[in-house]
Design a protein. Structure first.
Length: 248
């Protein structure tokens, strides 16, 4: 823990601060909504072990074009939890090279290798995904960086208090393979007679939605390269979500 905070202190001491160059808002329904949450904390309340997504819109308000990166600082998180993110200009964030897994984000702090080029008044999308594993609380901070200058930040808090699961004769599970997928993705489910399979991109757009049997082969040859979320639902309720990559 001391090593983590020492690294964070080095990051903060070596960077200059230039706030009020961006505005950060929630991103829902294809647009930025609500008040500016720069410098505040947004929350996710989790009740099951799953992948939780929070998408934020980052608007460049500096008056000129800017090339921005994101630095993630993991301030606190259960050991078994994982986090990832996507960062890029709107609307093309879900492309190869702009989404990063927990394996790629192993260091703390961690900074995106790519720069999102945003014109004046242009928007970028910061898509945060947290995979909870058991009850607990996590606190992440995301700095918007212009070179070595921190132009703004936003915190994400995730609180997980697992609900008592409904009794089932068999545990519902889902597998998605191969991952990465090229032309075909196979989804198999167990513990459920008829499953609703839904695939969304990281911005929440539904790409595929169908009720099917225990095994379904899905043609992904026309999907763009990028990260997608595959969710199995029962009676409209999400049971399990997996993150898959399409790479042609």
């Amino acid at each position: 823990m001391k090593k983590i905070y020492f690294a964070i202190i080095i990051l903060l001491s070596s960077a200059t601060v230039g706030f009020s160059q961006v505005e950060i808002r929630a991103f829902e329904g294809g647009a930025a909504v609500g008040p500016d949450v720069s410098g505040t904390m947004v929350m996710i309340n989790a009740t099951t072990d799953d992948v939780y997504i929070k998408t934020l819109s980052v608007e460049n308000t500096s008056g000129s074009a800017a090339g921005l990166k994101v630095t993630r600082v993991r301030l606190a998180a259960p050991t078994a939890w994982k986090d990832g993110l996507c960062w890029g200009p709107f609307p093309d964030v879900n492309v190869e090279g702009q989404c990063f897994s927990s394996t790629q984000m192993a260091t703390n702090p961690w900074t995106t290798p790519n720069t999102a080029s945003l014109p004046a008044s242009g928007d970028g999308n910061l898509v945060l995904d947290i995979h909870t594993d058991g009850p607990g609380y996590a606190h992440y901070r995301y700095y918007i960086m212009d070179g070595a200058t921190m132009v703004d930040s936003v915190d994400l808090g995730v609180s997980s208090t697992l609900a008592i699961p409904e009794q089932k004769d068999e545990v519902v599970s889902m597998t998605a393979y191969p991952n990465p997928a090229n032309s075909q993705l196979t989804i198999t489910t167990t513990g459920i007679e008829t499953a609703q399979i839904r695939i969304t991109d990281v911005l929440g757009k539904v790409i595929y939605d169908e009720t099917t049997s225990s095994t379904k082969k899905i043609d992904v040859s026309d999907f763009k390269n990028g990260v997608y979320l595959v969710t199995v639902l029962e009676k409209g309720k999400a049971i399990q979500t997996k993150r898959v990559v399409v790479k042609h």
